[in-house]
Design a protein around this ligand. Structure first.
Ligand code: BG6
Length: 469
């Protein structure tokens, strides 16, 4: 494998939580696997500088020790040596521009600048404008963290600013769910299996659930959550992107252009969400959390019914659910199949269900009706588990941010959202921003408000049956 061209990675928000928990550990893993270019530099940035570069390096060493088992000291050392810090703000990025210039000069004319903006949506536009003024964005790849804006209008303004400094083919809108092996595996299951693809449509599928409950609460992110809420943090982004993979037509190829085109077509066909068919919840105790308003109406839970009005999916409800402080942490996509006319006596058989657990080592569970052993021709329900990770490759999987950082380095936009996708998803969600459903309280450790439990109808959500919750 030839080494990619040298890169200068500029990381805004380098002292923040995402950088410590995800980005630096991912860089470390890429370095340990020999996937980084031979020559690279990492420049951390943010409004407040550490006392010294050494202090910054030490803090990153600590962060790595917290996240990675069996750290290889040699790899850590080499990574830290390439790490620098230069403070900057939306008003002033001149010193940062100098530091980047020097780093590029050291790496030679082939060096590419990658700028990772791990900053809140409200700060994004002014930071990008600064990059433009300082010439930092020229020829650089810009990685933008979600949410992209906070509504349709702000996302369009952000898009205008961003395209005034960089071309669309240099913009990487990151949604880390698409970096997950298990999410990419949806494409393999669908498009490489003659058993599944012919049945993956409204003729055979009755409903789909995309269920991402979390047990975590706010984890000190009160001010982020107050500004963002669960709809923007999880639904218009992660859950909809997963829906895009579940619902897309077979792309002509797996190249960035075709795959993103197929996903964008799903969002184009999505019906704007109906506030009457969406439940917002807030866990008890949320208003007592740090940086949270005493009267906050911000939702920490969303359950929604969505539709994709195209030939493949017309009439099939997609139920999306996610929230904080719930009974279980899962990421599960469930397809419920229509029941055939059955000669078996008694009640109509239960529908077949295929549940894909999008865990690090993905698993599928297939619930089917089988013959109950004995002298009668009668059926019984059986749940079978399929492991979806080949055991001899289990160690080869990349963590989501690791994969996506590698793709930015390689210049591959396949797993990043295009601007028209983002625009359309805001259009789909905008009715909820204009007329938000009233937030319903729910107990921590529950499955959310009662009205959400009933949203998918009599069969309910699949998950409570499958866990202790
Ligand atoms: C992040 C959200 O993007 O995704 C968090 O900001 C959420 O609120 C997290 O907890 C979930 O990601 P994962 O990979 O842990 O399922």
């Amino acid at each position: 494998m030839t080494s990619p061209d040298p890169v200068v990675l500029v990381l805004f928000g380098a002292r923040g939580d995402l950088a410590r928990r995800m980005l630096f550990p991912s860089l470390y893993r890429l370095a340990a696997a020999g996937r980084l270019p031979d020559d690279y530099a990492v420049i951390g940035s943010g409004r407040t500088a550490p006392d010294s570069v050494d202090e910054f390096r030490d803090s990153i060493r600590d962060a790595l020790a917290e996240s990675v088992d069996d750290l290889d000291d040699d790899v850590v050392q080499k990574l830290l040596q390439r790490l620098d810090f230069q403070s900057s703000s939306a008003d002033d990025g001149s010193e940062l521009a100098d530091t980047v210039r020097q780093a590029r000069e050291k790496l030679g004319p082939d060096a590419t600048t990658l700028i990772y903006l791990s900053v809140p949506p409200t700060a994004m536009e002014s930071m990008i404008a600064m990059l433009g003024r300082e010439g930092l964005a020229d020829g650089a790849r810009l990685v933008v963290e979600k949410p992209f804006g906070i509504d349709l209008q702000s996302s369009r303004a952000l898009q205008e600013t961003i395209t005034s400094v960089a071309d669309e083919d240099h913009i990487y809108r990151i949604d880390h769910f698409l970096g997950k092996e298990a999410v990419q595996n949806i494409l393999a299951l669908r498009f490489a299996n003659g058993l599944l693809e012919p049945a993956w449509n409204a003729t055979h599928v009755e409903s789909v659930q995309i269920d991402v409950p979390e047990t975590l609460g706010l984890e000190g992110r009160g001010s982020f959550y107050e500004a963002t809420g669960c709809l923007r943090d999880m639904v218009s982004t992660h859950l909809c992107q997963v829906l895009g993979f579940v619902a897309m037509e077979p792309p002509a190829t797996l190249e960035a252009r075709d795959l993103r085109e197929a996903k964008a077509a799903v969002f184009d066909a999505m019906r704007p969400l109906d506030p009457q068919r969406v439940v917002f919840g807030q866990f008890d105790g949320y208003r007592g959390e740090e940086d949270v308003d005493d009267d906050s109406q911000v939702e920490t839970f969303v359950a929604a019914e969505a539709y994709v009005d195209n030939d493949r999916w017309r009439g099939v409800p997609f139920y999306l659910r996610t929230g904080k402080a719930l009974a279980d942490k899962r990421r599960t996509v469930t397809l419920t199949f229509r029941t055939p006319p059955s000669p078996f006596p008694g009640e109509r058989p239960e529908p077949d269900e295929l549940a894909l657990d999008l865990t690090d080592t993905p698993v599928a569970t297939l619930d089917v009706n089988v013959k109950r052993p004995g002298p009668e021709l009668a059926t019984e329900r059986l749940s079978s588990r399929l492991e979806l990770t080949p055991s001899d490759h289990a160690d080869d999987s990349l963590a989501a941010y690791e994969r996506l950082l590698l793709d930015v380095i390689r210049g591959d936009q396949t797993l990043f959202a295009r601007s028209d996708e983002v625009d359309r998803l805001w259009q789909v969600c905008q009715p909820l921003l204009d007329n938000p459903p009233k937030v319903q309280p729910y107990e921590k450790g529950s499955w959310g408000p009662e009205s959400a439990v009933k949203l998918p109808g009599d069969r309910g959500w699949r998950l409570p049956d499958q866990s202790d919750g």
